[in-house]
Ligand binder design. Structure first.
Ligand code: SF4
Ligand code: SF4
Length: 206
């Protein structure tokens, strides 16, 4: 969930149409049209990425006259399904997956179950990945993958990189190699499994 209270505004006199802003926007809300960047005001999620990356300092963040809240109500989706998707992606539903917007795994899962099938759409409806934009792409990709979706990064964009390996995917040979150096991969996995599977054993308390 996020309160969207700022808006990116382009100074057309300074814009050179370089497309840097278009390549970094996590919700694809800014596009270069006829060599000038244009912001879709309803979609801008106030993340500052374009303002921070524009080489011409052509973008300013201004206060919105009418701030609004974006977020997905997890109670609008059967909680069993939310918990099951989170468990499949190896998340506890209540685990924070985006610290900037304080979004939990269950909200991202609910967004996916309601039809958000790309990181960009998930960010648009939940506000996740519109803060630092660094950590939260991983849980988004894992939850999408668990739902059977393999999203493709935006063409020519720099918004996100691929998924990294989780504790469950470490090859046996690697585990063996580091076993004598004080790593406890299997014990860690056992503990993590208990944390992620627990919500399936009883419905979330309200
Ligand atoms: S990054 Fe700046 S100069 Fe480049 S297209 Fe966007 S607004 Fe224009
Ligand atoms: S969401 Fe971020 S990158 Fe996209 S237009 Fe708004 S401030 Fe710029």
């Amino acid at each position: 969930m996020k309160i969207v209270n700022m808006l990116a505004v382009v100074d057309v006199a300074k814009c050179t149409g370089c497309k840097t802003c278009e390549r970094v926007c996590p919700v694809l809300a800014i596009k270069v049209v006829n060599k000038v960047a244009v912001v879709d005001e309803k979609d801008c999620r106030s993340c500052y990425a374009c303002e921070q990356r524009c080489p011409e300092y052509a973008i300013a963040m201004v206060k919105r006259a009418h701030p609004f809240v974006v977020g997905v109500d997890i109670d609008s989706v059967e909680y069993e399904r939310v918990a099951r998707l989170c468990a499949k992606a190896r998340f506890n539903p209540e685990q924070l997956v985006c610290y900037c917007s304080a979004t939990r795994a269950e909200e991202v899962a609910a967004a996916i179950l309601k039809g958000a099938d790309t990181p960009e759409r998930i960010s648009l409806v939940t506000g996740v990945r519109t803060g630092c934009k660094v950590e939260c792409i991983e849980p988004i990709l894992r939850l999408l993958e668990a739902a059977g979706i393999q999203p493709v990064p935006p063409k020519g964009g720099w918004q996100w990189y691929g998924r990294t390996v989780t504790a469950w995917e470490i090859p046996e040979a690697t585990k063996k190699k580091y076993a004598s150096r004080g790593f406890y991969f299997d014990e860690d996995i056992e503990l993590l499994d208990r944390v992620t599977i627990a919500p399936l054993q009883g419905r979330r308390e309200s």
